[in-house]
Design a binder for this molecule. Sequence first.
Ligand code: PMP
Length: 433
Amino acid sequence: YLEQQAARESNARSYPRGLPLALASASGIYVKDADGRSYIDCLAGAGALALGHNHPLVKEALVRAISQDLPMQTLDLTTPVKHRFIDDLIGLLPPRFAERARIQFCGPTGADAIEAALKLVKTATGRRSVLAFRGAYHGMTHGALALTGSRGPKEHVAGLMPDVHFLPYPYAYRCPFGVGGAETGRLASTFVERLLDDPYSGIVSPAALVVEPVQGEGGVIPAPLTWLQEIRRITRERGIPLILDEVQSGLGRTGAMFAFEHADVVPDVLVLSKAIGGGLPMSVVLYDKDLDRWAPGAHAGTFRGNQLAMAAGIATIDAIREQRLDRHAGAMGERLREHLMAIQGRSRCIGDVRGRGLMVGAEIVDREREPDAAGAHPAAPAKARLIQSEALRRGLIVELGGRNDTVVRFLPPLIVTAEQVDSIATIFDEAVR
Ligand code: PMP
């Protein structure tokens, strides 16, 4: 399979480079390859499989939907399933957002929803510039890629959306201001405020500020909650719509239903995908009704009415809510971070362990070499790749991310048990050794 894949599939393929696997079956947090080897899946469809693979409740919902002859694709027409899905999803939002929320179905991918959000705020404000963050990841389409912090994927694609301004993300370990620790968040929000008030910054009134409350692909960096609160205040005071990209962090993963709840703020626009379709493709934008200034038909797309994804989404939302899997994710994430910090204490190559809920990362560095002024050691990309492949050999799938691909990322399904978390840590420990 792998040889055929290399011969036939695009050179742009990404995951198979570090994870040379042919997956044949899957259940819960486990996948099996074509040779029958079992792996713990800490990638889980890049965070799409909140309930893991083939959860009985999701299977049951899908079988029921098919056996009832539901219409499979319904564009943006309404259906009883869609009605229920919207009720369930909006029911998860804090009341002050839920009461004013409008929902737009956007198509299969997170990037689709980011594109819709950009058009929405441009239409509503009549402005065109957008503020985004260093290290941000919002997808690979032209608009979303324009907001992406890393240079690599943009370098060969000329003509992306202009007028995107990149601000420093509060990444304490590799602090953009060279100080580190708690000061990073304070300086990062002060920087944004001064920039917006500086008539010489070169930035005209932005249509939006777009941010991930926890950077995922950018290296699992949870923004300090006080920083998020400051960003909310700064944008509100200046009439700049705040778009929160919770494509990865949403639906329980960070230990709350949405990552913004930890900071007790609400966005103007919330972008969701991955887990909301229960593992099937779907994305939505939820936004304040004041922004709903679209002309009829101003945004369209064929695959906005995937009824199977909505049925699987309803089952997933119900399970997360009823089993309090958000809280569970918080506890399991803490357990995993504690293990990783113990491993860090014994190793010469882990510089930082961080995360929120079950978005967990370990940054691989060279501790034999001198740290910078803020205490960060040089990145060790070859070691990170080796750790990934040693973990895979021992039956653990983890993905890399962050600057230079040096952050080992753990994104297990939310149903992971304490025992399974311990196994993940044991395998990772062996791989690091
Ligand atoms: N935003 C965030 C925060 C993401 O993590 C991702 C995907 N990793 C996207 C947007 C893009 O989603 P998709 O790959 O479905 O286009």
